[in-house]
Ligand binder design. Structure first.
Ligand SMILES: Cc1ncc(COP(=O)(O)O)c(C=O)c1O
Length: 397
């Protein structure tokens, strides 16, 4: 309920399709690592809109970029050149392995573009190998690509051309490569699948295998990219480069923006008419994106994510020593998960009610995806609340 009496929680329940389940709190305002509800209650945001608000909420340089661009041009369509799209494209290419980029509006669309690009490149080869536990989106194609049965339930028939193998198992990938295989697609760190990082030997081995068998390596860095793991892009940890990489979430600084980046050899198969998006590369979203990337680079937030991530990881390991509900702590940089030996939904809900926002994924994993600007003091404050909640759940379980 807002001070002027609008019960938007009720309106949401009455008028919006029920795809998101119970929402414990409402958010009306954000600044830095904090958000507030309509009663003025403050929350520490350690999930950042699921890895989106990576510079924290309403970062002044993003707000300024949005305001300036909104005053001169909000939309033009891709019938015309627009400056923000070109400038963000240049920045992404200069800072990555890629030679060309295609802009869209979301992660699922970025993966759709990557899949279409692979199929066109394949010229008759179409099969893509993806990982069990992966998450690539909710469109029919990307949910088919996703290696989790619960995401697919009720949507058959799915589309042909995807095979799933166990994550981090190179010989399993090798075994399923066939005449029609064109690509292998992985998240360097699985996010929705429970915060699981690819092992170095796996990624390096995949690159070698893809080279030997003339396959494309697609990295979905939608959740782990743009500084979160301690490098600007997660592939940089492994000394390899992909053929295609997808980005979204933090890319638009909070506005909807996705991108598929590729090498020249791959991107040249997209010719006029191959693919398109009315809103893709929208001027306001790209201006916000350019400001976001600029701040990440200028302030070396990837390095900061590495240091603060290590602090978070160590603190959680100490929490694990005190709480037998925690069975594992894992992650990379500021993408960290703790596995519980009990469902975590109610624990995450209780933390939210006590002012700390986290997320529960795959039923038993509490996920931390804080803004890259989070401080050690804020991490301490968040873990203190989580520790108290775990204590109480332990007493009652
Ligand atoms: C790794 C990964 N790929 C793709 C997606 C889909 O992105 P979107 O929800 O923007 O379509 C997500 C979203 O959580 C993701 O984490």
């Amino acid at each position: 309920m807002t001070p002027d009496g609008v019960d938007f929680e009720k309106l949401s329940n009455d008028f919006l399709m029920n795809t998101y389940g119970e929402r414990v709190i409402s958010i009306v305002r954000g600044k830095g690592t904090k958000v507030w509800d309509s009663h003025g209650k403050e929350y520490l945001d350690l999930i950042a809109g699921i890895a989106v608000s990576t510079l924290g909420h309403c970062h002044p340089e993003i707000v300024d970029a949005i305001r300036k661009q909104a005053e001169i041009l909000i939309h033009a369509s891709n019938l015309y050149y627009t400056r923000p799209q070109a400038e963000l494209g240049k920045k992404l290419i200069e800072n990555s392995f890629a030679d060309k980029v295609f802009f869209c509006n979301s992660g699922a669309e970025a993966n759709e573009a990557a899949i279409k690009l692979s199929r066109k490149f394949g010229n008759g080869k179409y099969e893509i190998i993806t990982m069990e536990g992966s998450f690539h989106g909710r469109t029919i194609v990307t949910l088919t690509a996703t290696g989790q049965e619960k995401i697919k339930k009720g949507f058959a028939p799915l589309i042909p051309g995807f095979k799933h193998v166990p994550f981090n198992d190179l010989s399993a990938v090798e075994k399923v490569i066939g005449d029609k295989t064109i690509a292998v697609m992985i998240e360097p760190v699985q996010g929705e699948g429970g915060v699981r990082a690819a092992e170095a030997e796996f990624i390096v081995g995949l690159r070698r295998l893809c080279d030997e068998r003339n396959l494309l390596l697609i990295l979905d860095e939608i959740q782990c990219g743009l500084g979160r793991t301690g490098k600007l892009f997660a592939y940089e940890h492994y000394g390899i480069e992909p053929d295609i990489m997808t980005l979204a979430k933090p890319l638009g600084g909070g506005l909807p923006l996705g991108a598929a980046l590729a090498t020249e050899r791959v991107s040249e198969v997209f010719t006029p008419g191959s693919h398109a998006s009315t809103f893709g590369g929208n001027p306001v979203a790209c201006s916000a994106g350019a400001a976001t990337l600029e701040v990440i680079l200028k302030e070396n937030l990837a390095e900061r994510a590495k240091t603060t991530g290590k602090y978070l990881f160590e603190k959680l390991c100490r929490l694990k020593e005190k709480h037998n509900l925690i069975s594992d702590v894992r992650g990379k940089g500021l993408m960290v998960g703790i596995e519980l030996n009990t469902p975590c939904k109610e624990i995450v809900k209780e933390c939210a009610l006590r002012g700390v926002l986290l997320n529960c994924t795959v039923e038993t994993v509490i996920r931390f995806l804080p803004p890259l600007i989070v401080t050690e003091e804020e991490i301490d404050a968040g873990i203190k609340v989580l520790g108290e909640v775990l204590n109480e759940f332990n007493l009652h379980s």
